[in-house]
Design a protein around this ligand. Structure first.
Ligand code: GLC
Ligand code: CA
Length: 564
């Protein structure tokens, strides 16, 4: 089960902690590159673009789900965990992708979705057929309903995409799902569920996969024993040991078992947990060396482009990562949120007062609901801030996660024809939430063709006319483009990090004027970001890289990398 796969010479197997300061590029495979022209991105298209990723200078790729799926939730509804969706490719093409990435010196992290399967998964189909009380139902969470005839769901809880967390089957029982109806939650108390995921992880690790991104990592352990709180009370229970399904202590044991498997490989496999929580101390449990190893810090997604907010979240997360003997992660964008360049083009939302959703997320959702018309996006300012924020995070200790298109400064597609929408959040909320399709529109590679070089045919989610202005082909030859900035930043980051003794630790704040944050990494690298809207004096030193032309100043909404 645990044979060691020969990795190409270019990936150094001795670097056991490669992930600590890796730049990881997230690929949403159905929207990256389509080789066969059916409108859906595929593994062959992705393999063709490995040279692009290599030239960009990222260290690893995180591949969002590519498993067989009816796409009720963009592939996060998995029919079969140890196969490739035939619409996307096959296992042989997967092996070819691993070989191409490793040959180019890049690692591969795959998404694992352990909280729920799809309703088409063999086990769920078996459970439905086997009927109430059957052992097959024990792998999921089935309950009788309330009311005289069990006609009411067991609780009044609302699912993450709207609607109830319970769906009734034809025989009258109800099954539990945190997300869409098509995503029944597993019962993680069931030994077969645990064993099957170990098998799945080993399957991909044996194929040479370097690590895993663990979807809804904080949701697996549940205690749904009676009496269950009603929806109103549920909202008052903090995630943690008393919550029926979020962040219970029992998740620790699951990941300790996974870690034992990971550590049987050489180099050990790595994992990063998706955990949305305000409490870095709880998040740390997933990041510890005896657990998954790293946990996403999403604080930047809930922060304004503002010096005080950035400073406090950096302090908080660096301290937390050190405490867990992990490294911090920096995330400005992913497949679940409004693209950075658009988000930063909106008016500042104000400090997070602990409310959920935080003001920035609430503002982004309101903006999406208006079809991007209110407030009006300041396109130039958004891009300028996004470039500045990117150079800021790429200077920090820890690893940075980039989402496909972020390196192009791509904006959110706020206006999408309802007939073209795919996100279950849109359908389940009757359009009250427009959902996440706007950040999942296929990438523009060229300025012409039926899908701007994404593939030889039209794309599964139509690209707006303005997308061509962001095409890779335009940016690749333009030294001032956002793509050029990312390429320079990543190559310089590599060189600068290799000059640091403990590259993940050397960090200190420097005194700076109000509205400016400055920090040093060792003696040869300083990062200065002006978050304000007036120019500041340029600090002394040799300019290594700047997010915007400097003209002797540190302009508003700009970052400069300096050698003092
Ligand atoms: C995670 C994924 C998201 C998905 C959800 C349910 O939050 O990032 O895209 O919809 O889990 O699997
Ligand atoms: Ca295709």
């Amino acid at each position: 089960m645990c044979q060691t796969v020969a990795v190409s010479e270019k990936v150094d197997p001795d670097r056991r902690d490669w992930w600590r300061h890796a730049v990881v590029y997230q690929i949403y495979p159905r929207s990256f590159a389509d080789a066969n022209g059916d409108g859906i991105g595929d593994l062959a298209g992705l393999t063709d673009r490995v040279p692009y990723l290599q030239a960009l200078g990222v260290d690893a790729v995180w591949l969002s789900p590519f498993y067989p799926s009816a796409l009720a939730d963009g592939g996060y509804d998995v029919d079969d965990y140890r196969a490739v969706d035939p619409k996307i490719g096959d296992l042989e093409q997967f092996d070819a992708l691993v070989a191409a990435l490793h040959g180019a010196g890049l690692r591969l992290i795959v998404d694992i979705v352990p909280n729920h399967s799809s309703n088409r998964h063999r086990w769920f189909q078996e459970a439905l057929a086997a009927g109430p009380g059957s052992p097959a139902r024990g792998r999921y969470i089935f309950r009788d309903g309330r009311g005289e005839k069990g006609e009411l769901p067991p609780t009044d809880w609302e699912a993450a995409f709207g609607g109830s967390t319970w769906t009734q089957t034809e025989d009258g029982q109800w099954y539990f799902h945190l997300f869409a109806d098509e995503q029944p939650d597993f019962n993680w108390d069931h030994p077969e569920v645990r064993a099957d995921f170990i098998k799945t992880l080993a399957f991909w690790a044996d194929k040479g996969v370097d690590g895993f991104r663990v979807d809804v990592a904080n949701g697996l352990a549940k205690d749904l024993s009676e009496p269950l709180p009603d929806a109103a009370r549920l909202k008052t229970i903090p995630a943690g040991p008393d919550h029926p399904f979020y962040d219970r202590d029992e998740v620790d044991a699951i990941y300790r078992e996974w870690r034992r498997l990971f550590d049987r490989y050489d180099p050990p496999r790595f994992a990063v947990a998706e955990v949305w929580t305000d409490l870095p101390d709880r998040r740390l449990r997933y990041a510890r060396p005896d657990s998954l190893g790293q946990a996403f810090n999403f604080d930047l997604l809930r922060a304004d482009f503002a010096a005080d907010q950035f400073r406090s979240l950096v302090d908080k997360n660096l301290a937390a990562a050190a405490k867990a003997d992990s490294s911090s992660t920096w995330v400005l964008s992913n497949h679940d949120v409004v693209r950075t360049a658009s988000r930063y083009g909106l008016p500042l939302a104000g400090a997070d007062d602990g409310a959920y959703p935080p003001p920035t997320l609430a503002r982004d959702v309101a903006w999406l609901l208006s079809g991007g018309t209110s407030p009006v996006e300041d396109v130039a300012l958004g891009l300028r801030r996004a470039r500045a924020a990117s150079l800021f995070i790429l200077g920090l200790p820890g690893s940075a996660y980039l989402y496909q298109g972020e390196e192009l400064g791509l904006r959110e597609v706020a206006q999408i024809n309802p007939a073209d929408r795919q996100d279950p959040a849109f359908f389940r909320s009757q359009g009250r939430e427009v959902g996440r399709d706007g950040c999942r529109v296929p990438l523009p590679w060229t300025t012409d063709g039926p899908s701007l070089g994404f593939g030889p045919g039209p794309a599964h989610l139509p690209q707006p006319g303005w997308f061509k202005d962001y095409a890779v082909s335009l940016q690749a030859g333009d030294p001032d483009s956002t793509l050029a900035l990312f390429r320079q930043a990543l190559s310089q980051r590599h060189a600068l990090l290799s000059g640091l003794s403990r590259s993940d630790e050397a960090f200190r704040w420097l005194p700076a004027p109000a509205g400016v944050l400055a920090f040093a990494r060792g003696d040869a690298w300083q990062v200065w970001t002006n978050f304000g809207d007036t120019d500041q004096p340029l600090p002394p030193g040799e300019v290594l890289l700047a997010s915007t032309p400097l003209e002797g100043r540190l302009p508003a909404a700009a970052t400069v990398w300096l050698r003092p």
